[in-house]
Design a protein around this ligand. Structure first.
Ligand code: FE2
Length: 414
């Protein structure tokens, strides 16, 4: 692969040219950089501050974040966010959509993350979502704050309909937020039905409004965990409506599998939406990280391969085709959900890529492969030495049948 300036200028078995800088990627997988379409950068790396989440539930996480919010300073938010961005670069994660809570009349985190967005712009595409964490209508000043945040330059309209006081308020919030996105020509990304409640059906309203307003291509429904608990008949009616609207769905496997099902005894429900069925209907599905060391999740490492790996297990989706798809989910599909340009590696395309210590996408997911080189605009941002036990880790080279990676007619054959 030949790179000149910010562009890939050649891909061939052999290129005769004097290179200024050479990276030996023989037998390694070169891929577009990772994309995280769902994150909370205002809360990241705040674990234990002011205390830990004892129940492990979403609701205690929200309450705990409410305790931390009045203590936030712009300096502390920026310091944590920039530390996370450094980690992200080393993991080859170069596009992040972060929600930022607007239920703080000072908009401390909004101001801090707008500054972070500016500082990391040369190497990370950071999109910010105006997120009314305490509910657009449940919090008295949320709507005014959300509009102020958008005026300040926040990129995307956010919401949390399942956290409003009533189902009616939830549906009303979806309609209002769609209207704001349509009027301002903005993208929309709602935390939607992040619940085990089979009656939490806001994604239905979101799909219908997106279709009515013709904005589906720039809409994301995040989490959608309630779909796991929906009646099968209702799901067969709903999924075609989602497909018709053109919206993307962003499940967050690490967080969904740990936060959901907490009120169950046994059997205990998994917390993931219906990924194979959404794929089969043609819906763009992209996995997100959601949290790293914050009130909702104590682990995480900006590793989108860890996210894909959990997706394989938690859905579960273990066919060769489906496992290879999880890699696409944290690269190309995430870019599409965020409205970013086509990131695929091609002549004439941008020289943004990651060289992985793996031979193919499935091996990358299995090993959570080392990012040997991370390249943006033709510049090497990060190098990591290969794991020395690589040969025994990856085993003997084998011939992979390209058919393993060809799309199958029915992705539901997981
Ligand atoms: Fe989230």
């Amino acid at each position: 692969m030949g790179v000149q300036g910010r562009q890939i200028v050649d891909i061939a078995p052999r290129i005769d040219a004097a290179a200024h800088h050479e990276i030996d990627a023989t037998g390694r997988l070169a891929a577009p950089p990772f994309v995280d379409p769902h994150f909370h950068m205002d809360a990241t790396l705040s674990l234990g501050n002011p205390r830990l989440n004892v129940s492990g539930t979403l609701l205690e996480g929200i309450a705990l974040w409410g305790e931390l919010k009045p203590l936030l300073t712009p300096e502390a938010v920026m310091e944590r966010a920039l530390r996370y961005c450094d980690l992200a670069v080393s993991q080859g994660l170069l596009s992040i959509r972060s929600h930022v809570d607007v239920c703080d009349d000072n908009l401390t985190a909004v101001e801090a993350l707008i500054e972070v967005r500016k500082q990391v712009a040369p190497y990370i595409d950071l999109q910010l979502v105006a997120f009314p964490q305490d509910g657009l209508y449940r919090s008295a000043t949320a709507e005014a704050n959300l509009l102020r945040a958008l005026d300040m330059g926040v990129d995307v309209v956010g919401g949390i309909p399942h956290f409003e006081r009533t189902m009616e308020d939830g549906a009303r919030s979806v309609k209002r937020l769609c209207q704001i996105a349509a009027e301002r020509d903005l993208m929309l990304d709602l935390h939607c039905d992040e619940s085990d409640d089979p009656m939490s059906r806001h994604v239905e309203t979101l799909a219908a409004e997106s279709t009515r307003l013709g904005i589906g291509a720039r809409v994301v429904a995040s989490h959608v965990t309630a779909m796991h608990s929906y009646d099968n008949y209702y799901a067969t009616k709903l999924i075609p409506l989602i497909a018709e609207s053109g919206l993307s769905v962003v499940p967050n496997p690490l967080i969904n599998i740990t936060l959901q099902g907490r009120s169950d005894t046994y059997p205990r429900r998994r917390g993931l939406t219906r990924v194979p069925e959404l794929r089969a209907a043609g819906v763009n599905v992209a996995f997100g990280q959601d949290c790293t060391m914050d009130p909702w999740y104590s682990l995480g490492s900006a590793d989108m391969l860890e996210v894909a790996h959990m997706g394989v297990h938690a859905v579960p989706m273990t066919s060769r085709e489906a496992m290879a798809w999880t890699f696409t989910s944290v690269t190309e599909n995430g870019a599409r959900a965020m409205g970013l340009p086509d990131p695929t590696l091609r002549v004439g395309g941008p020289a943004n890529l990651v060289i992985l210590q793996a031979r193919d996408p499935i091996e990358a997911v299995r090993l959570k492969a080392t990012r040997l080189a991370v390249i943006k605009h033709g510049k090497v941002l990060s190098r990591t030495a290969p794991r020395e036990a690589a040969l025994s880790l990856v085993g003997r080279p084998t011939t992979l049948d390209p058919a393993d990676y060809a799309p199958v007619s029915s992705p539901t054959s997981n």
